[in-house]
Design a protein around this ligand. Structure first.
Ligand code: F6P
Length: 334
C-alpha cells in the first residue's frame, strides 16, 4: 500500500452526523496507519490551503454534535479552472494521496471536476438532510432532519388544536420531497404538497381542491388542519399559498417556515450509525484502490456508486409512501 496521507472535508449544507463521519474516517485511517488532515470550510480550505492535522484525540467527543468541526461552505470557485488549479496545488503541496468529501450533489460535482485535474483518489460520503442522492437509501442527516420536523409539527399541532387553526408548514429539501413526505406522514398532516403530487400547471386546481378539503374538515369539526409543503414547490412558498387561500376562498391560514432548525441539532442514532459505517467504508475503499465513487447503503448493505450516478436525481420519494398518503387521505375525508 503506497497511500500514506488522506484528507477529509465537509461541504455544502451542514447535516447532523457529519461530525460522526469525520470521526469515523479519522479513527479508521489511524487503524490502517494513515495520516489524516482536515480542510476547513469545504473546498475553500483546499483553495486557500487551510487545514489541520486530525488525530483520534481531535475527534474525541464529537459523535453527538451537530454542524461540523471542519466547518462547511458552498464554493463556486470549484466550477472554474483557476479554483481547481489552486485546489490541486494544495493537495500536491500537502502530499495528500486521497480525498474524502462529505456532502451532497454540489459537493460531488466539485469532486468529479477535481478528479479530472488530480491523480489522487477521491471518495464521496453522502451527507445532506435532503436525501436527494441516488444509489443510497439514506444520506447522513436526513433522519435527524425528519425527526426535527416531526417534533416541531407536533408542537404546532397543539396550537392548531387549541386555536382550531389551519397551518401551512414549509419544509426544506431543496428540490426533493423526502423530508416533506416523511414528516407529513409521521405527523398525520391533513395534506402533503410535494413534487410527487403537484405540478405547476395544477396550481389553480390544487387551490380549489385544498379549499374544498379544508371546508369539509371544518364542517366535520376537525379542530386542526395541517398542510405540509416542500420548499421551492409553490410559487412564493407557504406564505403565498396562505395569501391565495385567503384572497380566493376567504380561508385563514397561518404560514410557518421551519427553515434551518432542520439542519441543526444532535444527530439521531440512525445518522450516527450510518455515518460511522460510511466513514470506515470510505477509508477501506481507498485502501482497496477505489476512486471516483460514493459509499452508499442499500437494503442494509454497504456498497459503492459512481459519483456520476449519485448526482443524477433520478430516484424519487418511494411510491409506497405516496400511495400510503393517498389511501389514508381517502379514508380521513369520510
Ligand atoms: O441542502 C441542504 C439545504 O438545507 C436545503 O434543504 C436548502 O434548500 C438549502 O440547503 C439551503 O441552502 P443555504 O444554506 O445556502 O441557504
Amino acid at each position: 500500500m503506497t497511500m500514506k496521507k488522506i484528507a477529509v472535508l465537509t461541504s455544502g449544507g451542514d447535516a447532523p452526523g457529519m461530525n460522526a463521519a469525520i470521526r469515523s474516517v479519522v479513527l479508521a485511517a489511524h487503524h490502517y496507519k494513515l495520516e489524516t488532515i482536515g480542510f476547513f470550510s469545504g473546498y475553500n480550505g483546499l483553495i486557500e490551503d487551510n487545514s489541520t492535522k486530525l488525530t483520534p484525540s481531535s475527534v474525541n467527543g464529537i459523535i453527538h454534535r451537530g454542524g461540523t468541526i471542519l466547518k462547511s461552505a458552498r464554493c463556486p470557485a470549484m466550477l472554474f479552472e483557476e479554483g481547481l488549479k489552486k485546489a490541486v496545488e494544495t493537495l500536491q503541496k500537502e502530499k495528500v494521496d486521497a480525498l474524502i468529501v462529505i456532502g451532497g450533489d454540489g459537493s460531488f460535482n466539485g469532486l468529479l471536476a477535481l478528479n479530472n485535474h488530480w491523480s489522487g483518489q477521491v471518495i464521496g460520503i453522502p451527507g445532506t438532510i435532503d436525501n436527494d442522492i441516488d444509489g443510497t437509501d439514506f444520506t447522513i442527516g436526513f433522519s435527524t432532519a425528519v425527526n426535527t420536523g416531526i417534533e416541531a409539527i407536533d408542537k404546532i399541532r397543539d396550537t392548531a388544536e387549541a386555536f382550531e387553526r389551519i397551518f401551512i408548514v414549509e419544509l426544506m429539501g431543496k428540490h426533493s420531497g423526502h423530508i416533506t413526505f416523511n414528516v407529513g406522514i409521521a405527523c398525520a398532516a391533513e395534506q402533503i404538497l410535494s413534487f410527487e403530487n403537484f405540478s405547476q400547471e395544477d396550481e389553480q386546481e390544487k387551490l380549489n381542491h385544498l379549499a374544498i378539503e379544508i371546508k369539509q374538515a371544518q364542517q366535520n369539526r376537525h379542530a386542526s388542519y395541517i398542510i405540509v409543503i416542500a420548499e421551492n414547490l409553490w410559487p412564493g412558498g407557504a406564505t403565498q399559498l396562505a395569501k391565495q387561500l385567503k384572497q380566493t376562498e376567504n380561508i385563514d391560514c397561518t404560514a410557518c417556515i421551519l427553515g434551518y432548525i432542520q439542519r441543526g441539532g444532535s444527530p439521531v442514532a440512525k445518522d450516527r450509525i450510518l455515518a460511522t459505517k460510511m466513514g470506515v467504508a470510505a477509508v477501506q475503499e481507498l485502501i482497496a484502490g477505489n476512486s471516483n465513487v460514493m459509499v452508499a447503503e442499500r437494503n442494509n448493505q454497504l456498497l459503492t456508486v459512481p459519483l456520476s450516478v449519485a448526482i443524477q436525481h433520478v430516484e424519487k420519494v418511494s411510491e409506497n409512501l405516496v400511495s400510503a398518503q393517498e389511501n389514508i387521505l381517502a379514508l380521513t375525508a369520510q
